[in-house]
Write a protein that binds this ligand. Structure first.
Ligand code: ADP
Length: 402
């Protein structure tokens, strides 16, 4: 089951995008509808509101009189908190029921106007933001939905800013053009990203790039990594002691494979195994055949197995639109420490970056024309000898700095 969060500023076109996704077979959960359902006549939420705020929040027909509730609940922080403490858990519960009731191969799209404001992005496998500049949104609300311009401005200024929304966007859907412009964009997203993402999740498969290609550094990599890290924290909670962006994409100005590497640090390998299901559900299925890193010559396991000192668990993003590796390593183990030291050394040492770039390019050249495991082996064949020496140099650099 794939869980997508859909949001955008008021008037951006969330409902429009949700309709296109529903046409393709997505299960839409509209959080505004759910919020209304949990305080409908006869619902537990309405009774709780009456207990808290009095019977005069009811209209003559017994339904919720929203303006009357607003007058009471939005006056002070305490009342607002009381209102939220009643409605939020019920909305959460009902949403969970709807998700649990959906087929296991569903693509669930949660249409949540306040997704960003309520910090819900990390709970989703992917966040889609419908992006339209504020001025255009206001014009559309006035023109097509009959909202007073002053009301539109006031409501929009109480919401997250466009910048805050863009910061959590895995996918930015530009709906500033003509109404039909967005249609093929959403269809392509469905076919090329959402369908394979769901399939990968269900079959415990990670997305990968078929061949080795070293690309120019993308200044957006760090922000992409931070979005994935927020999601990983949601899955790991207290089982992780730190989560870091590592590898070449964490080093500014370093050409790299377009694959984000992340490291989750845990207390022991049992904790790493304990994260398997949660990481899978968060969008990062385990790659079970990998049980350890390649040891460096000076720090091998005494028994030669490599599964003690160099033990790790590897997960890979199921999202074909953002390939990523998640290395789960034990705090203080040589692999865990080296990942951080190597990154920091490259960040500090311009000469090392040039050398490493050349080695990667040579490895990619050797892997040219090959695919899958063969490509990776050819690449590593060139890279690993340099890496073994770099291990010593990076450790020496760290020791000199301490
Ligand atoms: P939201 O659900 O994000 O508040 P809606 O989907 O209701 O926004 O869209 C707001 C209004 O703008 C609607 O009347 C809708 O028909 C209209 N609209 C949506 N997309 C476009 C577009 N690309 N161009 C012009 N109007 C649009």
């Amino acid at each position: 089951m794939l869980r997508i969060g859909l949001t955008g500023g008021m008037g951006a076109g969330k409902s429009t995008v949700a309709r296109i996704l529903a046409d393709r077979g997505a299960v839409i959960i509209d959080s505004d509808l759910v919020a209304r359902e949990v305080v409908a006549p006869g619902a537990e939420g309405l009774a709780a509101l009456v207990d808290a705020f009095g019977a005069d929040i009811l209209a003559a027909d017994g339904s919720l009189d929203r303006p009357a509730l607003a007058a009471k609940a939005f006056g002070d922080d305490e009342s607002r908190a009381t209102l939220n403490s009643i409605t939020h858990p019920l909305v959460g519960q009902r949403t969970a029921e709807l998700i649990a009731g959906a087929a296991s191969d569903s693509i669930i799209v949660q249409d949540i106007p306040l997704l960003v404001e309520n910090g819900l992005a990390p709970l989703m496998n992917l966040v889609l933001i419908v992006d339209v500049p504020e001025g255009i949104r206001i014009r559309r609300l006035v023109e097509f939905r009959g909202v007073l311009e002053s009301d539109a401005r006031a409501r929009i200024s109480a919401q997250a800013t466009d910048e805050q929304r863009r910061a959590v966007a895995d996918v930015l859907l530009d709906n500033s053009g003509a109404p039909d412009d967005i249609v093929p964009v959403v269809h392509r997203l469905w076919e090329e990203r959402l369908l394979p993402f769901e399939h990968n999740l269900r079959t415990v498969t990670s997305a990968h790039r078929p061949n080795i290609s070293i690309v120019d550094p993308d200044p957006d990599w760090p922000a992409q990594a931070q979005r994935l890290i927020a999601r990983l924290w949601g899955a790991c909670g207290a089982l992780a002691s730190r989560i870091d962006h590592i590898g070449s994409t964490a080093v500014p100005e370093l050409p790299a494979k377009d694959v984000i590497d992340l490291q989750i640090t845990v207390a022991d390998i049992a904790a790493a195994d304990g994260l398997r299901a949660a990481l899978g559900a968060a969008g990062f299925p385990v790659i079970a055949r990998v049980t350890h890193d390649n040891p460096k010559p000076t720090d091998a396991d005494p028994d030669g197995t490599n599964v003690v000192l160099w033990a790790k668990r590897l997960h890979g993003a199921a999202d074909p639109g953002r390939v990523a590796n998640v290395h789960v390593r034990v705090a203080g183990s040589p692999g865990q420490q080296f990942a951080l030291t190597f990154r920091d050394w490259l960040r500090a040492d311009a000469t090392a970056r040039v050398e490493y770039t050349e080695v990667k390019r040579a490895g990619a050249a050797k892997a040219a024309g090959l695919i899958g495991e063969d490509a990776m082996l050819a690449y590593l064949d060139v890279k690993e000898p340099w890496f073994d020496a770099a291990y010593e140099r990076a450790l020496a650099w760290r020791a000199a700095g301490d």
